[in-house]
Design a protein around this ligand. Structure first.
Ligand code: BMX
Length: 280
């Protein structure tokens, strides 16, 4: 039977029926940010209401940390998660099936390892999206750490700022406004694509902090590759600028960057496979 997979990000909520790496059916809408956690889960139940009976288990990949089924924020600005929210219990009650929960970037890292651009290698997945998330797979194991923090590169501090305050899609939107440009990353990329120097300059500014973080991670874990996903990370121009920002590193220190082969579905496919592992 297919697994119900959910990806609850700071901006988008996605749901899919997944069998292996195949997305049988999917839908998505905007995460109702102005509401509370119960409403975010009600939105999911609504989104999947006519799939009732087509799945016997569910997985949810969420922005934020997950430990023993409880949800907590690392950066409430990315999504104001109530600390200690009983995510697994609350979603299982709404869906009527067992639920497995993990961080979204950790889930996506596993999806790319199993079925995507990182099959069989040591990888660090980065989602460049509302915030910046990370997931680590080493020696065929997803490394979530002691309390589910493994991979949370976006909330590491650079001076007085968080990396995601400097390098995420939200950061680009905030910087754009200061330059009198639209607070809309897709518009900024469209302007850069037609040669607008201000737009390209903004993109290179948010790329620079991520390139620095990647170079540091290469020195710490020395993965075979970095897989880049997320709403902004999946934009080809973004990846090209990130490659350019890493180009001046000496060969033996330069990271290998790959686009997430599963695209926006990496987290859905990854959490579905985690459900298969845990419930079989
Ligand atoms: C934040 C943190 C991470 C998440 C990352 C990307 C919260 C709520 N989220 O660093 O857990 O992986 O953002 O989140 O603290 P996204 O919503 O952009 O996918």
């Amino acid at each position: 039977a297919p697994v119900l997979a959910i990806d609850l990000g700071g901006t988008k909520t996605a749901a899919a029926l997944v069998a292996g790496s195949e997305i049988i059916d999917s839908r998505r809408n905007d995460t109702p940010r102005q509401a509370d956690a119960g409403a975010w889960l009600d939105n999911i139940a609504e989104l999947v209401s006519n799939w009732h009976g087509r799945y016997a288990s569910a997985g949810i990949a969420v922005t934020g940390g997950v430990a023993d089924g409880a949800w907590y924020p690392l950066n409430p600005a990315t999504l104001p998660v109530p600390p200690g929210f009983p995510l697994v219990r609350e979603l299982s009650a709404r869906l009527g099936v067992p639920v497995v929960a993990a961080n979204d970037a950790q889930a996506a890292a596993w999806g790319e390892y199993r079925f995507g651009a990182g099959q069989g290698v040591d990888l660090i997945f980065l989602t460049i999206s509302t915030g910046i998330g990370g997931g680590i797979v080493l020696d065929g194991k997803l490394r979530t750490g002691r309390s589910g923090l493994g991979g949370h590169i976006g909330v590491t501090r650079i001076g007085n700022a968080l990396l995601e305050e400097l390098g995420s899609g939200s950061a680009l939107a905030r910087l754009a406004v200061l330059e009198g440009l639209p607070a809309d990353p897709p518009a900024i990329f469209a302007m850069a694509a037609v040669g607008d120097a201000r737009a390209t300059g903004l993109i290179d500014r948010v790329v620079a902090s991520v390139a620095r973080a990647i170079a540091n991670l290469q020195l710490v874990l020395d993965p075979d590759c970095f897989i880049i996903g997320g709403g902004m990370g999946l934009v080809p121009f973004y990846l090209a600028r990130l490659e350019a920002a890493c180009a001046d590193l000496p060969d033996h220190l330069r990271p290998i960057l790959r686009a997430a082969a599963l695209g926006a579905n990496a987290g859905l496919v990854g959490i579905a496979d985690q459900v298969r592992i845990i419930t079989n």
